[in-house]
Design a protein around this ligand. Structure first.
Ligand SMILES: N[C@@H](CCC(=O)N[C@@H](CS)C(=O)NCC(=O)O)C(=O)O
Length: 207
């Protein structure tokens, strides 16, 4: 069975999917496009929306990053029991995606990195604080084993604040406002060998 991920040569909306694929030990082809090769892929019709990320798996072609993540986790046996756990997953991810969309607008729409830095200094701490307050006694977001919300928050915290490229300038923000998110991310990574080994060797990207 071949599995193929289609995305640009960046982290963006695909990195959570890549992390889950590696974390679950699913081998896949990681097709990374530039603008030109993306246009060719887009024209093939493989992606229902012509957008990426698009994942070919189980004889299907899936689109929408959060739905793809959920598909993979459920396929890998990550279960959510009951209505309230479903709510916690969805609510945490919606909250996080508000943050991600705001940050992406600074970068890709407004081309305003200075504005992003100011926003991160002045507004982001409130969001970090709220996220951190959701961590439970297991140092996770939903229950006692990683679920979708944990994967999504991990990808955000690791890529924005903790990876080597960003740690010097961004980790202090977490240390000051949400240190529990650092412990969460460290535990999360250390408890998943496939994820940890991917992070140690993956291609470095700006965003
Ligand atoms: N809601 C979708 C958004 C997908 C999306 O906007 N993808 C962008 C890349 S991040 C894309 O394909 N852009 C090229 C285009 O729309 O032609 C998701 O989360 O997957």
């Amino acid at each position: 069975m071949s599995v193929t991920l289609h995305y640009f040569d960046g982290y963006g909306r695909a990195e959570g999917i890549r992390m889950i694929l590696h974390g679950l030990g699913i081998e896949f082809t990681d097709n990374r496009y530039n603008q030109e090769t993306f246009a060719a892929f887009s024209a093939t019709g493989v992606s229902e929306t012509s957008q990426v990320p698009c994942l070919e798996i189980d004889g299907k072609s899936l689109v929408e990053s959060r739905a793809i993540e959920r598909y993979l986790l459920v396929r890998g046996g990550v279960t959510t029991s009951g209505n309230y756990e479903g709510y916690v997953n969805d609510s945490t991810i919606s909250f996080l995606d508000d943050v991600r969309l705001t940050m992406a607008k600074f970068i890709y729409v407004d081309n305003n990195i200075a504005g992003l830095v100011e926003w991160m200094k002045n507004e982001l701490p409130w969001y970090l604080n709220k996220l951190s307050a959701r961590l439970n006694e297991h140092n996770l977001f939903v229950n006692d084993k990683p679920q979708h919300a944990d994967w999504a928050v991990f990808e955000f915290v690791y890529d924005v604040f903790l990876r080597e490229k960003n740690a010097e300038k961004s980790k202090p923000l977490l240390e000051a406002h949400a240190p529990k998110l650092i412990t969460f991310a460290e535990n999360f990574k250390n408890n998943n060998a496939g994820l940890a080994s991917y992070l140690a060797t993956r291609p470095e990207c700006e965003f």
